[in-house]
Ligand binder design. Structure first.
Ligand code: SF4
Ligand code: SF4
Length: 435
């Protein structure tokens, strides 16, 4: 049976067989023993519904050691990011053990956690609270980014081939219909041969088919995110109301400071055990920013002049050009960042009890492929080696499309849900930012 409704009584709070919400709330504070003595007969008992299926899913999603937790609170003391009132991650460990899904997923603290794992390094029971927080975050993505089975697919190594097949098949069909698998060198522009003898990726798959395919999936991802944000915000509000803190307003007014905090990565700077994550994460963050700008500039150069009847500039762009001004530093930052992230994972694995989840590694791997093939595509094109250039470019496009399609269902989604949670934390007064 997936769900078990458990009648809450004050007498059984410590028995481990029946659960009371009174006990749950009181156990959030430290020390437990003194509160347990003071608690009886103060609050009214209410029935709650532990979700056993949820606990099983959480365990299989990375929280395998959560049942080792014996509520000592070392983790909450070790965490530099938690607010002092109702600190995390101890209460989340208890909610996870009891399968209190709605409390966990309507709780912005899941995303206030930045996975620095100071708690995991100090947990005397090896319960890996940082890993449990990460697993809950993944399940939050699965719940709010619809359809949820795509998050399960992205998080399942057995489904990798299937997940990869989708972007590869879409591109293969697009090339078959709109491009060419044996492109000629150079290109004809207004009846004149340009780039004679050179590799021109536009001959493989032209500008407009690329714009059509990638824009379609980009817009689809934005829609999925928008719907996810709406229902996640609702869940956060419902949880706050349950806790006696009803929240009004949309939170837009608090978005500015949150974005400022994200750009400076201030919270990462408070981690002890893995403080080097701040640097590597910032490299990746700004790499994506620069590459996004390169894409925008490229689109403006190509399509902008068409608006007033002029001629757009088609790629390949000269080695020294405004597009490359963003693209080269972006690629370099991406390579450095993803290299540092990989090194850090191995460097800290003993302290953190492992290398991390498949869900995390999938994104790391896709970014590695994206960066290496992006640089390889340029290098092979400049070296005029078509046998390597076109396959490398195809893998590059597939990796980009993979990110676009699965952004709301993969680790990429943490950017969006964390931003929402940080905003909500400010609106609710739970967390007003870091110094
Ligand atoms: S997760 Fe570890 S440190 Fe935290 S309360 Fe449980 S046993 Fe203690
Ligand atoms: S992983 Fe880091 S931020 Fe998250 S609860 Fe543990 S110590 Fe705090």
């Amino acid at each position: 049976m997936a769900d078990e409704t458990v009648e809450k009584t004050e007498d059984t709070a410590g028995a481990g067989e029946e659960i009371t919400e009174t006990a749950a709330s009181e156990a959030e504070a430290v020390p437990v023993a003194s509160e347990a003595e003071a608690a009886p007969a103060v609050r009214e008992a209410v029935a709650i519904t532990p979700d056993v299926g949820f606990v099983k899913e959480l365990i299989s999603s990375g929280g395998a050691d959560l049942k080792k937790c014996y509520q000592c609170a070392t983790c909450s003391v070790a965490c530099n990011l938690t607010p002092d009132a109702s600190p995390f991650p101890r209460k989340e460990m208890m909610w996870a053990q009891w399968g209190l899904k709605d409390k966990l997923m309507g709780n912005p603290d899941i995303w206030l956690c930045h996975q620095c794992n100071d708690c995991t390094a100090q947990c005397p029971r090896g319960a890996k609270p940082g890993t449990v927080m990460n697993a809950v975050a993944k399940m939050t993505i699965s719940r709010f980014s619809k359809p949820g089975f795509l998050t399960k697919g992205v998080g399942n190594p057995s489904a990798l081939i299937l997940m990869m097949a989708l972007p590869i098949a879409i591109l293969a069909v697009a090339i078959g219909i709109f491009g060419s698998y044996s492109p000629t060198r150079g290109e004809m522009v207004d009846g004149k041969l340009q780039h004679a003898g050179d590799i021109v990726y536009g001959q493989f798959l032209g500008h407009w088919p690329i714009v059509g395919v990638f824009t379609s999936f980009f817009v689809l991802s934005i829609i999925v995110f928008a719907l996810g944000i709406r229902s996640y915000w609702g869940a956060l509000k419902a949880h706050a109301a349950d806790e006696g803190q009803p929240i009004a307003g949309s939170g837009f007014g608090k978005l500015g400071p949150v974005i400022g905090e994200i750009f400076t990565h201030k919270r990462f700077g408070k981690c002890d055990e893995t403080e080097d994550r701040k640097t590597s994460h910032m490299f990746i963050f700004y790499a994506f920013g620069l590459l996004f700008l390169a894409t925008i500039v490229s689109t403006l150069l190509t399509d902008g002049p068409l608006l007033w009847g002029g001629e757009g500039v088609l790629s390949p762009y000269p080695t020294i050009s405004v597009v490359k001004l963003f693209a080269y530093p972006g690629a370099a930052a991406g390579l450095i960042g993803i290299g540092l992230i990989t090194i850090n994972r191995f460097k800290h694995q003993e302290k953190l009890g492992g290398l991390g989840s498949y869900f995390d590694w999938l994104l790391i791997s896709v970014i590695i492929v994206l960066m290496v093939t992006g640089i390889g595509s340029v290098a092979f094109r400049l070296a005029n080696i078509g046998a390597l250039a076109f396959p490398t470019y195809f893998v590059h496009l597939s990796a980009v499309l993979f990110l676009f399609i699965y952004a709301p269902f993969s680790k990429m989604a943490h950017m969006v849900y964390r931003t929402v949670a940080l905003t909500f934390a400010r609106v609710s007064g739970r967390d007003l930012g870091v110094d």
